[in-house]
Design a protein around this ligand. Structure first.
Ligand SMILES: Nc1ncnc2c1ncn2[C@@H]1O[C@H](COP(=O)(O)OP(=O)(O)OP(=O)(O)O)[C@@H](O)[C@H]1O
Ligand SMILES: [Mg+2]
Length: 263
């Protein structure tokens, strides 16, 4: 593994009961690269991201975060679940932004961002407030530090959630459909924040249906289908792919639904 690999997923297998959702997924996430993950509903996109943060266990294959096996310890070929503290340590530098922002309603934007820092990241309250304010400034919310979630638009709430993740100074951020719960007119402001992060060199894995973002911001698109990464490559090559019938159908359905005219 190169020093530039932040997360290495090899032959990942994930089942729910008798259903195998991921059946040998391999994907490396290199420093400063933006990877968009696309695929049909139910294809396992969220499950893959959740495994990468060990919000789900996995049955086979490996997920390594900066060289450390995530979730398990191995002893003479036998794998056992790692202790909670070891899991927390291994995924310390992985940030996660969900579709639903899950802000604490009774706390201001600044408290939402700062509290996890002094609760779990070992910061003093003063340091947490400073880092929190800087993160909120970065997502364009310097004037909303004292606002409560109910006083913010959906786009602003999602930006608070991004700031909450950023403040932990992650080495990679996993985004699971960060704009799909938002009204169309405010999707752009969240995508712009993500684009700025990409420009600054943040490593990102983004599950999204925003094909414009995937086309223009991602370094790479991965199409997940039938439990594996069926197609992976530069955005243009993936979006204009003619060789994988399932990808062609997925894109056609997508563009028909969204009234796009294929370029
Ligand atoms: N906790 C769970 N228990 C059982 N089955 C699950 C669980 N989570 C996901 N699944 C199943 O795993 C499959 C993949 O789900 P997943 O949520 O990863 O899909 P997705 O690609 O993110 O879909 P969407 O685009 O709709 O968000 C689905 O068939 C789903 O029903
Ligand atoms: Mg999903």
């Amino acid at each position: 593994m190169s020093d530039n690999t932040i997360i290495k997923v090899s032959n990942l297998i994930k089942t729910f009961g008798s259903t195998t959702v991921l059946n040998g997924v391999s994907l490396d996430f290199e420093r400063s690269q933006v990877t968009c993950i696309i695929g049909a509903s139910g294809s396992g996109k969220s499950t893959l991201l959740r495994c990468m943060a060990f919000l789900e266990t996995y049955e086979g294959g490996r997920i390594e975060i900066e060289g450390q096996l995530l979730g398990y310890v191995e002893n003479q070929g036998i794998r056992q679940r790692a202790s909670s503290s070891r899991i927390a340590e291994t995924r310390r530098n992985v940030g996660f932004v969900f579709q639903h922002f899950n802000l604490w309603p009774h706390m201001t934007a600044l408290e939402n961002v700062a509290k996890p820092l002094w609760l779990t990241a070992g910061c003093s309250r003063q340091e947490a407030r400073e880092r929190g304010a800087a993160a909120l400034e970065k997502v364009g919310l310097a004037d909303k530090l004292s606002s409560y979630p109910i006083q913010l638009s959906g786009g602003q709430q999602q930006r608070v959630a991004i700031a909450r993740t950023l403040a932990k100074e992650p080495h990679i951020i996993l985004f699971d459909e960060p704009t799909s719960a938002l009204d169309p007119e405010i999707v752009g402001e969240v995508l712009q924040v993500m684009r700025n992060l990409a420009d600054e060199g943040m490593t990102m894995a983004v599950v999204t249906h925003e094909m414009g973002f995937a086309a223009h911001v991602a370094n790479r698109i991965a199409f997940i289908d039938q439990g594996v990464i069926a197609v992976e490559g530069k955005p243009r090559d993936v979006l204009l792919n003619k060789d994988n019938p399932r990808l062609v159908r997925f894109l056609k359905n997508f563009f028909d639904r969204n009234n796009f005219v294929a370029a």
